[in-house]
Design a protein around this ligand. Structure first.
Ligand SMILES: [Zn+2]
Ligand SMILES: [Zn+2]
Length: 345
């Protein structure tokens, strides 16, 4: 095997990234080396690329970017027993501590001391990635690599959308980036009655329609609160899945959710948000649920079963490019005229 590999690296403080030749990672006893088939760009990668406030506080360059991938194991560490060369895998990107209260009680996705591949240590925008064996997830051969590499973000959507009972219920998804689009698909196949998809970009609303939304609403053209209330006989929706992190969207959700309804919050606001807790939450008996990551590995089982049998996410993959075209890819993401972008190292 060659000793160097191509990788997309956050090479220095500030905006941008660079393709570099790096040493192929050495393995610890419980690691495996995966030859990456494809990777996908996530909102997190864009934050790191653009170097926003969060990235500046967290990232210590140089670090290989990327945490969504599919590939084959090419080498296993000396203590690895249950994984073999050739295994077709993807990975959970959160490395949990295994020692805290949450980890010890089976809730590792909210571990109090976790790190993330592609954020805190080298990730998968490269020809090879080192993965701890406990982070591996075996992929069914039926699932193509372009879909398999998306199990991490689809898992976010599955966890958020199934945080309340949605079958036969009216659902509103605010924010139709990739995870919002996946959420529309999940709500559709799990039997939501009506699905309202809200976004300011028509390109994404078109994909939301293909993923099964009943109605799409662009707040730049129509008031989502009025539209949803009109369409539901004044009742509003049972469940809101907030994927945008936009303050206005949260207020749309609070105003359209029924009394006793449920709001799953996954989108990350850049600033603090002021709520009228008395009238918008407490007197309405609304539940606000913070959603992060995926249950390890309960959500993975569910996500795999959905992808294998009933959930078709191909409409969300809008671009497929070479790793070297990363600048074009990040430019397209910033324009909002895309679903998910797949990169081939
Ligand atoms: Zn991601
Ligand atoms: Zn922990």
């Amino acid at each position: 095997m060659q000793s160097k590999m191509k990788a997309l690296v956050k090479d220095k403080i500030g905006a941008g990234a660079a393709i570099m030749l790096m040493e192929i990672p050495k393995l610890g006893p419980h690691d495996v080396l995966v030859k990456v088939i494809c990777t996908a760009i996530c909102g997190t990668d864009l934050h790191i690329y653009k170097w926003n406030k969060w990235a500046a506080s967290r990232i210590k360059p140089p670090v290989v970017m990327g945490h969504e991938m599919s590939g084959n194991i090419v080498k296993t560490g000396s203590a690895v027993r249950n994984w073999y060369e050739g295994d077709y895998v993807t990975m959970e990107c959160h490395k949990t501590c295994g020692q805290c209260y949450q980890c010890k009680t089976g809730r590792g996705h909210i571990c109090s001391d976790y790190s993330i591949l592609g954020v805190d240590c080298n990730g998968c925008f490269a020809e090879y990635v080192r993965v701890p064996e406990s982070n591996l997830w075996a992929i069914d051969q039926q699932i193509p690599p372009e879909i398999a590499c998306l199990q991490d973000p689809v898992g976010n959507a599955v966890l958020a959308t199934t945080s309340a009972d949605i079958s036969g219920k009216n659902v509103m998804v605010t924010g139709c980036g990739a995870i919002g689009l996946f959420a529309v698909g999940v709500a559709r196949v799990l039997g939501a009655a009506k699905i309202y998809a809200v976004d300011v970009i028509d390109y994404r609303l078109n994909i939301a329609e293909q993923m099964g939304s009943t109605r799409t609403i662009n707040p730049l053209k129509l008031n989502p609160v009025e539209e949803v209330l009109l369409n539901t006989g004044g009742d509003g929706v049972d469940v809101v899945v907030e994927m945008s992190g936009n303050k206005q969207c949260l207020h749309y959700g609070l105003k359209t959710v029924k009394n006793g309804g449920h709001i799953a919050l996954l989108g990350l606001p850049e600033e603090k948000i002021c709520l009228d807790l008395t009238n918008e939450v407490i007197f309405k008996g609304v539940t606000l649920a913070g959603i992060t990551g995926r249950e390890i590995f309960a959500t993975w089982y569910k996500t795999s079963a959905l992808l294998k049998n009933i959930l078709d996410i191909r409409h969300v993959i809008t671009h497929q490019m070479k790793l070297e075209q990363f600048r074009d890819a990040f430019r397209i993401i910033q324009s909002g005229q895309c679903g998910k972008i797949i990169l081939y190292p």
